[in-house]
Each structure stands twice: as C-alpha cells, then as structure tokens.
Design a protein around this ligand. Sequence first.
Ligand SMILES: Cc1ncc(C[n+]2csc(CCOP(=O)(O)OP(=O)(O)O)c2C)c(N)n1
Ligand SMILES: [Mg+2]
Length: 301
Amino acid sequence: MSLPEMGDLSSKTSADNIKAEVFSSPAVEAKPLSIEEMTAIAKKLRRHIISMIGKAGSGHPGGSLSAVEIVTVLYFNLLRHNPEDPHWPDRDRFILSKGHAAPLLYAALAECGYFPVDELITLRQLDSRLQGHTDRTVTPGVEMSAGALGQGLSFGIGVALAGRLNSQQYKVYVLLGDGECDEGQVWEAAMAAAHFKVDNLVAIVDNNGQQIDGWNRNVMNLAPFSEKWQSFGWYVIEVDGHDLSQLMEAFDRAKLVKGQPVVIIAHTVKGKGVSFMENNPDFHGKAPNAGEVQIALKELE
Ligand SMILES: Cc1ncc(C[n+]2csc(CCOP(=O)(O)OP(=O)(O)O)c2C)c(N)n1
Ligand SMILES: [Mg+2]
C-alpha cells in the first residue's frame, strides 16, 4: 500500500461506525480486581517464575520478575480477553516483544485459565507447549512468537492497523525491554506508529536499566529516553513500574490520547522481589539453583 493511501487510513479512526453490541458479551468482560487482589496475584506470578525456571534449570528470571506488575495489571484489570476463546477476534492484544520473559507470560496465562497451572512446571522441556521463548503456534493465548528482540513493536503496529482497517475496537499493548530499544527496528517502528497516528496501540517499556551484559548506561546509553520517544511523536507517560495504581492510571490516561501512539516508560528493578536477584545482572539469564529457589520462595511468601 502506498504511503498516501495509508495516510488516508489514519484519518478514519473514528469509532462511530463500530457496532457496540459486538463487544458487549459478559463472557469477555474482565472483572477488575482490587489492589490487594492484584498484589497477591503478582506475588503468585513471581513464585511461578522462580519455580518454573528453577525446575527447568535455565531461563531468564531478571526480566520476568521486573515486569510482573505490568503484566498483572494488563491481564487482571485491563485486557478484554476470553481464555476460553483465545482467538476471539475482538480481544485486546498483548504482545510480549521481549520474548525471553516468557515465564512471566505463561504464569499469567495459566492463572487466567488459558491452560492448567500444573503445566507451568514443564517449562523448556521437550514437547512442552511452554518453550523458553514464546511460540504462538503452540501456546494458547500467546500472540507472537518472539525471542529475536526488536520485532514486537512493528508486529503490534501491523495488528493495530489491521484493527483500524476492520473497524474493530481492540487495543494493542506491546511490552518491550529497555535494552531491546538498542535495536534499530524499534525506532523504525516508533517513527511509523507516529506517522500513521496509531492511537489504538500502547507500548510499555520495562525500564529496568539493565540488559544481558549489565547496565544499559555502560553498554549503550539510551538517555535521554523519554525525550527520544517524544521527538518521534509519541505521547509519553512515566511511572513506577511496580506501583499497580500508577500503572492503572497510566493505562486509563493512554486510552484518552487520540491521534498519536502512547508509550508508558515503566521504571522497574530487574529481579524485583528476590533480594539476591534485584539489580544483579548475573540473573538476567541464569536459573536459581535448588537452594536459591528455596530462599527466593521464602522471600515471596
Ligand atoms: C536480536 C537479538 N539480539 C540479542 C539477543 C540476546 N538477548 C537476549 S535478552 C537480551 C537483553 C535484553 O535486554 P532488555 O530488553 O533490557 O531485557 P530485560 O532487561 O527486560 O531482561 C539480549 C541481548 C536476542 N534475544 N535477540
Ligand atoms: Mg532491561
């Protein structure tokens, strides 16, 4: 499609012609939970992450733990989805671009009912539906096969534009890592999303300050990060990524922004919730041993 044609599309964003009855099925209304309930779920997800990766003997605990509150708010407060019908055409989409945080997504999907919680412990086993990086062809609820960083925002823009073309009301949420933003493709996507006024898309950056080799400021300095997104035409919201209320407010605010994409920069701590993993680059891609699993689970009681 030529660029002027796509430009025309962006002026047709009005939801006026959308049939409200399509979205009114009570079966797919998420029941918003209280902060206390979500806090308990966040802890449960952290426990799953530790147990799964510990049992598998490999995986990425740090970047799974840092995004727990983000994913909790999305799946247990915000998303319109139906675990009994993972392909429901009007579902909101959550796209995990940082595919190495798959254990977190699997834990949330299992707790929502996409598949049995008991299955979590099969992480990374041969023939398991839960591989080390996401595979949308085998895992119910997974929207994108990921693992090669940098692709999720482009994928999300495509899904968002498709929704606009089809006059569907769903929203697209893409979770990126901050180290992932070293990838040039992220900025190509950022430019495109603003150009096409993709306002049914929200990017969330898990800004935990670290990547595989340590602190971002030493590997590849992203600063000034917020200003970069702004200069690419995005509406930027910054929050404490472990504060459920701030996250909920940010997502509410994002819904009101029209004519431009929104990025929520969520300031987080890598390894959050487990003392010896917090801000420790060693636990980017290393499993806890049996003793460390016990200590971590004790801390997460
Ligand atoms: C294209 C690509 N290059 C390199 C890697 C290897 N890799 C896996 S995780 C990671 C670091 C990612 O850092 P960040 O996005 O900040 O993730 P988080 O801190 O949330 O774990 C890298 C470089 C990859 N998966 N894909
Ligand atoms: Mg990071």
